[in-house]
Design a protein around this ligand. Structure first.
Ligand SMILES: Cc1ncc(C[n+]2csc(CCOP(=O)(O)OP(=O)(O)O)c2C)c(N)n1
Ligand SMILES: [Mg+2]
Length: 571
């Protein structure tokens, strides 16, 4: 039986593609299979008919496709769709979906479903895998990590289903949704697609925190000697700086949530900073500190503000709270600034004194970093701080940086919002650093996109798939590998657990070493890219310049930089 009817009436697949476009989906990062037959045919037919549909990009690994969609969202503010092949494609996408869930990254993941009929429909089973790939509940594979899942049924209006999927994905806490598309349904003639989407942003308006609660937080801060803010959100990049500077509040904002040069930005929270504070306001931060190592004083007042300050999606989490305020942090920060201004006049002298104290604390942080950079000038293997310093010298101000165990965040200067992609949470599933940079490049082709990755992380990114897409879609990025020839994180974990064990100080460790190291810089050459290995600290700036030039000329670039192990020091 042939699926094309004489009149070639539009199919559900065509209506689905059109519904995606109507709901603002511009890009679909896709990895196909036998379930895609109606989609592939539909793409050709819609082209013939002049129906506008999203751009489909072939991505040869699903985890990379999800990372690209994530980077695209973070830079464009528009969610992307990912489409994968049935159960097996879903399995490969799952690690990325776990990160998207914990990072509140909205996206529509769609997967085909193995045909469910053995005969009688043009889409019926015609391949052995149509029996063996089916499972009992495809969405159960990732239901813990999606906000919603559904299977498109015969006769259903696709506008309504796609609209619902995207509204849920784009409602706080944002996150991935999953739609399965059986081959028979996609191949059926289109039915009424339902009402056209109304002209409005996707998702619900986020809830504002209660003004009364914010007034109470302001009172706590106004009455404090040493208030500290931990966390933040990229949307409030400048608002957080304004709040902190106006009222002299110490900040440990997390990279990408506040300007690196902000005088109130004290970097990552550490033991001394937590011990210093008498009020701590935690902003949208699932893990504000690691209680086993550092903790606030018992009498320090603790306030948590966030869409869900309980992080109910996390099974176990024990951070204490004197006050929990649910609501958008982007709205809370200006509200807090206003409420504090009303409180603050009487405290002017105290605020001035604190501003002096914080300036001295900030100077001490800057001095520590300056010394690390100074040492790095001649260190071999190269220090990560030095690599970051060299990058700061040559990257454009609005360069987009994605980081996955690459050079350390505190040393990279970020002065604009939207330049640091590794904000928010993540499930820690490695393999998204390069893909997110590529997604950023899709969203902002005119900007530099730079992936900072560890040698281990580089391989988790399926570099062949990344460099393939960089070449085929002309979205070149600069990948800088901080190559310490090991999974240092695994070593570090073993040493922390067994400080006087065999592992501590051992030269070489099983399931840690990635040595002898290999020529990662050669891999990109298969895609016509530029690669360079760097061992001499005096060569780093030049190599980054050469890499950025290669990218500007349209070629992917990889720098394989031999760095010291354990150099991922905070600051
Ligand atoms: C998918 C996945 N597999 C394994 C891990 C465990 N893991 C965490 S960090 C790490 C090592 C990463 O190595 P690299 O990128 O070289 O960074 P380094 O630790 O050397 O600084 C591993 C294997 C993980 N987080 N995600
Ligand atoms: Mg490593």
């Amino acid at each position: 039986m042939d699926a094309s009817s004489p009149a070639d009436k539009p199919t559900v697949a065509e209506a689905y593609l059109s519904a995606l476009h109507k709901h603002g989906i511009r890009m679909v990062f896709a990895n196909g299979g036998t379930d895609f037959a109606p989609i592939v045919e539909g793409l050709l037919r819609t082209r013939e008919r002049g129906t506008t549909v999203p751009r489909f990009v072939t991505v040869p690994h699903e985890n990379v496709a999800v990372a690209i969609a994530s980077g695209f969202w973070k830079v464009s503010g528009t969610p992307a769709a990912v489409m994968v092949h049935t159960t097996v494609g879903t399995a490969n996408a799952l690690c990325g979906i776990m990160n998207a869930d914990r990072g509140n990254v909205p996206m529509l993941l769609a997967a085909g479903r193995s045909p469910w009929t053995e005969r009688g429909h043009p889409g019926s089973r015609n391949n052995g895998i149509h029996w063996s790939q089916e499972n009992f509940d495809q969405a159960a594979m990732l239901r813990q990590y999606t906000r919603w899942d559904y299977e498109l049924r015969t006769g259903q209006p696709v506008n309504t289903v796609v609209g619902r999927a995207l509204d849920i994905a784009m409602t706080e806490p944002k996150g991935p949704v999953y739609l399965t598309l059986p081959r028979e349904v996609l191949g059926d003639p289109a039915v009424d697609p339902g009402p056209e989407p109304r002209k409005r942003p996707l998702g619900a308006v986020p809830p504002a925190p209660s003004a009364e609660a914010i007034a109470r937080v302001a009172k706590l801060i106004a009455g404090a000697q040493r208030p500290l803010i931990i966390g933040g959100v990229p949307e409030s990049f400048f608002d957080l700086g304004a709040l902190a500077q106006e009222h002299a509040i110490a900040c440990a904002p997390g990279p990408g949530n506040m300007a690196s040069s902000d005088p109130m930005n004290l970097g990552a929270p550490n033991e001394a900073l937590l011990a210093w504070a008498d009020v701590i306001v935690v902003l949208e931060s699932p893990v504000p500190w690691i209680p086993r190592f550092i903790r606030p004083n018992a009498e320090t007042k603790l306030v948590h503000i966030g869409i869900d300050p309980n992080f109910a999606r996390y099974p176990y989490r024990g951070f204490e709270m004197d006050m929990a305020v649910a609501g958008s942090v982007a709205q809370a920060i200006p509200m807090l600034n206003e409420a504090l201004t009303a409180e603050g006049r009487a405290n002017a002298a105290r605020i001035d004194a604190r501003r002096r104290e914080l300036t001295a604390m900030r100077d001490a942080v800057a001095e520590r970093r300056r010394k690390a950079i100074e040492r790095g000038k001649t260190q071999r293997p190269i220090s990560n701080a030095w690599v970051a310093h060299c990058l700061n010298q040559v990257k454009q101000k609005d360069a987009i940086i994605s980081n996955e165990l690459g050079v350390p965040a505190p040393f990279v200067e970020i002065e604009q919002p939207g330049c640091w992609l590794a904000t928010g949470g993540s499930a820690g599933g490695l393999g998204k650093g390069v893909g997110e940079a590529i997604g950023a490049k899709f969203a902002a082709p005119e900007r530099q996109a730079i992936a900072l990755v560890g040698d281990g992380s580089y391989m988790f990114n399926v570099p062949s798939a990344c460099h393939f897409v960089e070449r085929t879609e002309s979205v070149p990025v600069l990948t800088i590998i901080a190559n310490n020839a090991q999974w240092y994180a695994v070593r570090n974990a073993a040493e922390l657990m067994y400080p006087s064990g065999r592992v501590t100080g051992a030269n070489s460790l099983p399931v840690v070493d990635l040595s002898p190291s290999v020529a990662y810089e050669k891999l990109v050459e298969f895609a016509g890219g530029y690669g360079e290995r760097v061992e001499d600290p005096s060569q780093v700036t030049g190599a980054i310049e050469r890499g950025l030039r290669a990218v500007a000329d349209g070629n992917p670039a990889v720098l394989n930089i031999a760095v010291a192990a354990g150099g991922r020091a905070q600051d």
